[in-house]
Structure formats: structure tokens, C-alpha cells
Design a protein around this ligand. Structure first.
Ligand code: ZN
Length: 313
């Protein structure tokens, strides 16, 4: 089979307060809010998409701010993505140390076993976020007056999965998802696709004795991998079904189509298409400025808007 998986598409997390979330990802990390919409499975809750200018797949972090909706606080454990890493130029790490310090966000030095400097800290909901200093990352960053192109985050670097049985997830990644092992040190096995650039990296951490993860506020819900076309998505779906994995039907997410399945250690994976992208319902220069609803929810706009807290950015 030709390579179908092009890299990471996005990471989606369940978070707490909407305004704190926007302040963190836009105000502190300098990401662009490229889409303000609702959770298509629960339209009483926002769905924020953050990324570079266009929200290019591989740069996208997405959140569901569930504050006040009766969702429990999650707990890290086995069968979960426990760290989401962003990529910044290696030379920009001093800038990020100063920026986090200025914002009073506690961080620890967390160099990877693969020779990169990295800073580890929590977002306002408790998600573990890392900025990894990448030797090379050709992606075009979103910039703002206080964050130059030499400093700006390029996009998602990688996700780290805590799993009880790394070998089975490793087998899925290498045999089905176009990945190869590119590193193995200090209990962390690193896999990557293509040229192994940031945005294509998955790390497996053996967590044989961990209790099972609890989904909830402050935990990652799923990671999505990118395929180029709806046809590739269907090919991927049929290959996964042949393995005996329970895969959903193709779901219309407005900005891409998606299928979901749980990999054998329990982490929720999504396969999402590159097209059509975020400019399908508002122009590139105005991305994220208005609340966008999928066509099937427009008739309920007034009701939905009345339940969502205002956010400023
Ligand atoms: Zn998703």
C-alpha cells in the first residue's frame, strides 16, 4: 500500500474555561484562532481551533472548553495522550523561557532523549504542554507583533502516548500508518512519517503499571492523522476494518471529514482529510472572527449563542 498518512492533522483536548483557553493559546503561545465553532456532537460547547495562518493540518490544536457543563476533571494514566508538544526553532528557547516566566507560567527544563531542548508546562486546564526546540521545521508560522517569525511556534511537534503495551501500538504505526521508528531511549520510543519533521512524530511511553486514564477536563481527547483525500480515507478505513478494529463511518466535520477508532491500547485515533480546510465558510483574513456553525445547526443559532460564554481575543 502507498503511504496514506501524511503526518499529524490535529490534537483535540477537553479543557475548562473558554476565555483562559483563548488567552493561553492565542495570547501566550501566539497561535491564531482559525475557527470558532461548536462541538458538532454537543453544540452547547465551543470548539476552538488554533493553528498557523490557514490552520494547516499539523499545526492545529483544538479544544472543547467544558467549564460548568458537569464534566469531571480527568486524570492521566495508561491509554491516553499525556503530553502535546509544539515545535519552535531551537534558537528561540530563551525567548520562550522569558515569555513563560513573564506570564508566571511555571515550567521545567525537559530535554528529550533525542537531543532537543524542551520546556514542559501546563495549560490552564492542566494539559501537559511542551515546547520542543527543533533543529529544522520548514512550516510557515503565524506571527504577531510580540512574537517574530524567528521565535514563533511552527505547529504541533508530536504527541506522547502512555500505553501499557507499546509493541502493539508500534505495530499499528509501522505496519498500517506509514511510520517508522526513529528513536528509542529512556523508555521513550519515537516514530515518525516521511522526513521525520516536527508534525509527523508520535512517541510511545511504556506505562505498564499505570492506572487507566480518566477522560475529562484537562486531558487530550484524541489525536488526528492526515490523509490527502476522501478516497485515501476510505482506503484507510477498509484496511483498519480488516484488522478487526472498530472504525466509525465517515463523519462530516465541515473543515475535513473524519473516521475514528481506538488503537489497541485504548487511545482514540482519528483520520482526517486535508481538504477542504478552514476557508470554506469565511475568508482567510477573517478566520476565527465569527461563530461558525455547521449548516445543520444554523436554524438553532440564537439558542446556541445564548448558551455560549462570551470570549475576547
Ligand atoms: Zn478531531
Amino acid at each position: 500500500m502507498d503511504a496514506l498518512i501524511r503526518g499529524l492533522h490535529h490534537v483535540t483536548a477537553t479543557v475548562n474555561d473558554a476565555q483562559q483557553d483563548v488567552d493561553f493559546y492565542v495570547g501566550l503561545l501566539g497561535q491564531r484562532l482559525v475557527k470558532k465553532t461548536v462541538n458538532f456532537d454537543n453544540p452547547g460547547v465551543y470548539h476552538f481551533y488554533y493553528g498557523n495562518e490557514a490552520g494547516t493540518p499539523g499545526t492545529i490544536m483544538t479544544t472543547f472548553p467544558y467549564k460548568g457543563m458537569g464534566v469531571r476533571t480527568g486524570a492521566n494514566g495508561a491509554g491516553q495522550i499525556t503530553t502535546t508538544s509544539f515545535s519552535a526553532p531551537a534558537a528561540a528557547l530563551p525567548f520562550w523561557r522569558a515569555r513563560l516566566t513573564e506570564a508566571k507560567v511555571p515550567f521545567t527544563e525537559a530535554p528529550t532523549p533525542f537531543g532537543e531542548e524542551a520546556l514542559l508546562f501546563d495549560d490552564p486546564a492542566g494539559l501537559h504542554i511542551r515546547i520542543v526546540g527543533a533543529p529544522r521545521d520548514d512550516r510557515e508560522p503565524w506571527t504577531r507583533p510580540d512574537i517574530s517569525a524567528q521565535q514563533a511556534i511552527r505547529g504541533i511537534h508530536s504527541v506522547a502516548l502512555n500505553v501499557r503495551h507499546p509493541a502493539i501500538t508500534a505495530g499499528l504505526l509501522t505496519e498500517m500508518m506509514d511510520s517508522r521508528q526513529v528513536g528509542d531511549d529512556a523508555g521513550i520510543t519515537r516514530f515518525a512519517m516521511g522526513e521525520a519533521q516536527p508534525g509527523t512524530i508520535v512517541e510511545l511511553l511504556e506505562a505498564r503499571d499505570d492506572h487507566a486514564a480518566v477522560s475529562g477536563l484537562g486531558t487530550v481527547h484524541h489525536v488526528a492523522f492526515a490523509v490527502a483525500t476522501p478516497e485515501d480515507q476510505l482506503r484507510m478505513r477498509s484496511e483498519l476494518l480488516k484488522l478487526g478494529l472498530g472504525v466509525t463511518d465517515v463523519l462530516d466535520r465541515q473543515y475535513f471529514t473524519s473516521i475514528y477508532f481506538r488503537e489497541p491500547n485504548g487511545v482514540l485515533f482519528e483520520i482526517a482529510t486535508l481538504p477542504p480546510g478552514f476557508a470554506i465558510d469565511e475568508p482567510l483574513e477573517r478566520l476565527g472572527t465569527a461563530l461558525k456553525l455547521p449548516p445543520w445547526e444554523e436554524h438553532r443559532r440564537a439558542l446556541i449563542e445564548s448558551h455560549l460564554p462570551p470570549v475576547e481575543y
